[in-house]
Design a protein around this ligand. Structure first.
Ligand code: FCB
Length: 644
């Protein structure tokens, strides 16, 4: 691998390189039942208590269904030539099949017109996870029928919008759909079923193949059709002789599970030999001709890159610090975080060399296939300073490093045609709700005001120059962020982080006393901390209560028993619920103290709770009289207060 550039000339990209930004329908549109739209599985999932952090839903999101012109203006003001967005299947087929909803198609035609007027090329994703609920009720992707209906949908959309779309992406990250949605249940439809996940794997691939064929019959020959995969390079540490074989075996299995399971059928028409049996679709699901349909040539491959996985010899049953067990069934090997490697606010590794490795591998495996990075970006602790700017130096550094890696890969032979930053806007980050901000444009979810972050200017500069500047010898330090205090993160996001400290008069009422834990409180004795982004985003007090209560259920509370265990399960049985409105203020201040004695994330809950105390009741444990908590009627959840 070629070393990073640290000085000298900017690295240029090939002429005609496409620079864009990406979003997805459920994450930004809102308007869940406007103009005849049917429910999607994400509407259902996000409205199921306990599924999404903070109880957030995509009901409003960035309101882009209505504000699409403003968003098109933003893209244009950044000088970006392309926009990747997704089409909501249930807007076009409210039930997934049957009658077409013309109003849904009209919306996307209007969006495409707005893009066209501004000279922005459209990359439309047909399926970014919001499956019509009607199809889920008939089996979802575990049923072959869904693949057939997907092809019908692709044909209808292609026919209606084909003259306005430059690039079609059939499916976004099918691995996340089958794994997160069907195998481990953290995404919609929330199943934990290996058999359904293996079936979904095949039907997603088949759906892609059928949809691509359906599109090609109706769209102009100049339009391109591809698919987007999330790919994870598997990097191994040099191992002593004895461990080398186990490590190589682990690498092959991990690579087959994370990449090959979708990549190999698409590129070679077969499932990978090293994939564990439980993830492979059973032979009886694979009809004659399926694999040929799946492996029909692509015009391009969309690659989403966030982080690699690093493997080294170790004991998966007793993982050490910075280690975790790899794929199940691999002995003698652990996944680990290389020393000194930083993490994003998602707890994901920041490893631009992984992107280089990935592109180099694709250049070898599929040299003629044009590649687009269809997503890459990071979540960071963004906030608006009192001066009204978002100084997201973490994101600038992240983008700079990754664009540099991409430029080196292109220079060294990768067949790269474009890059779409994830994301244009802060948005609904699936199971994380609105807590994680990925945008290069900040969204104030209360007012829907869009504020371009500092990173958008950096990115616009790269796009304008079609070149990435040399990496600086030294990065701006986090402490250079205005109005911040450093604190040590815990859990997956451990390490030094920053958060804002100064009160902003415009945000009065949303500041909470600082302090991470008792021992540290002295360090953070500051008049106020803004947790701007965690303010409940809904206007109605009922919804705000639900947001506040769900914030309380966020980790470390979620799904645990223990002092901070919360959740409906605690309500089971004969819990006696008493409403003692008069004591709310006592409870909330006690809760504030408790929250602050835990991880800093909890402080936001305290802020939310204090303002919503009027909506709560106290809760007394039926079995342990000393145990009390707050009951949130809107969501039925309880947050226990450890000490009275
Ligand atoms: C990808 C998704 C995208 C976004 C980013 C952070 O897996 O495709 O919608 O959530 O992760």
């Amino acid at each position: 691998m070629t070393k990073r550039t640290s000085s000298g000339e900017p690295l240029t990209f090939p002429a005609g390189f496409t620079w864009g930004a990406a979003t997805a329908a459920y994450q930004i549109e809102g308007a869940p039942d406007a103009d005849g739209k049917g429910p999607s599985i994400w509407d259902t999932f996000s409205h199921t208590p306990g599924k999404v952090r903070g109880g957030d839903t995509g009901d409003i999101a960035c309101d882009s269904y209505r504000r699409y012109r403003e968003d098109a203006d933003l893209i244009s003001s950044l000088g970006l030539a392309a926009y990747r967005f997704s089409i909501s299947w249930p807007r076009v087929f409210p039930d997934g099949a049957g009658k077409v909803n013309q109003a849904g198609l009209d919306h996307y035609r209007a969006l495409l017109d707005a893009l066209g007027e501004r000279g922005i090329a459209a990359a439309a994703t047909l399926f970014h996870w919001d499956l019509p609920q009607g199809l889920q009720d008939r089996g979802g992707w575990a049923a072959r029928e869904t693949a057939l209906r997907f092809a019908d949908y692709a044909g209808v959309v292609g026919e209606a919008l084909g003259d306005r779309v430059t690039r079609w992406i059939t499916i976004n990250e099918p691995l996340v759909v089958s794994h997160n949605g069907y195998r481990i249940g953290v995404h919609a439809p929330g199943l934990c079923d290996d058999v359904a996940a293996a079936a979904a794997t095949h039907h997603l691939l088949l759906g892609h193949g059928l949809a691509a064929a359906a599109l090609r019959t109706v769209i102009p020959p100049s339009a391109e059709v591809g698919i987007t995969l999330n790919l994870t390079p598997v990097l191994v540490a040099p191992a002593a002789d004895g461990a080398a074989t186990a490590l190589e075996q682990a690498r092959l299995i991990t690579d087959a599970t994370a990449n090959g399971i979708f990549l190999e059928p698409l590129l070679a028409g077969r499932y990978p030999a090293h994939a564990p049996a439980h993830i492979l679709p059973p032979a009886e699901l694979i009809a004659a001709g399926d694999m040929e349909m799946i492996a029909a040539p692509l015009d391009f491959l969309g690659v989403n890159y966030y982080q690699p996985v690093h493997l080294r010899p170790g004991d998966p049953d007793h993982p050490g610090r910075d280690e975790e067990p790899p794929q199940p069934g691999i002995r003698g090997v652990v996944a680990y975080r290389p020393e000194g490697m930083e993490l994003t606010a998602m707890g994901w590794l920041i490893d631009p060399d992984g992107l280089y490795e990935l592109l180099a591998r694709l250049a070898k495996d599929a040299p003629d296939l044009p590649l687009f990075i269809t997503e890459n970006g990071c979540a960071a602790e963004d906030y608006v300073t009192p001066e009204g700017v978002v100084y997201d130096i973490e994101r600038i550094k992240y983008l700079h490093l990754h664009l540099d890696a991409m430029a080196r890969a292109a220079r060294d032979g990768a067949n790269l045609s474009g890059y779409f930053v994830w994301s244009l806007l802060d948005n609904f980050e699936w199971a994380y709700g609105y807590q994680k901000r990925f945008g290069i444009v900040f969204v104030d979810f209360d007012t829907q005001r869009r504020i371009p972050k500092a990173s958008s200017a950096f990115y616009a500069g790269v796009a304008r120059a079609n070149a990435v500047p040399p990496l600086p010898r030294e990065w701006p330090a986090l402490r250079d962020k205005p109005n911040t205090v450093r604190y040590k993160g815990t859990g997956p996001t451990r390490g030094w982080r920053v958060r804002p400290v100064r009160r902003d008069p415009r945000l009065a009422g949303w500041s909470v006393p600082t302090g991470k834990c008792r021992a540290n409180r002295r360090k953070f004795r500051d008049p106020g901390v803004l947790f701007r982004q965690w303010r409940p985003r809904t206007r109605s007090s009922a919804l705000a209560t639900s947001a506040a209560s769900s914030a309380l259920r966020a980790p470390p509370c979620a799904g645990r028993s223990g002092a901070w265990g919360c959740g409906a399960s605690l309500l089971a049985g004969s819990a006696s619920l008493t409403s003692r409105q008069s004591r709310h203020s006592t409870w909330s201040s006690r809760l504030t103290r408790c929250a602050l004695s835990q991880r800093p994330q909890c402080a936001r809950s305290a802020s939310a709770v204090e303002t919503q105390a009027g909506q709560m009741s106290t809760w007394r444990s039926p079995t342990t009289p000393r145990r009390h908590g707050l009951l949130f009627p809107a969501s039925g959840s309880v947050c226990r207060v450890p000490h009275r």
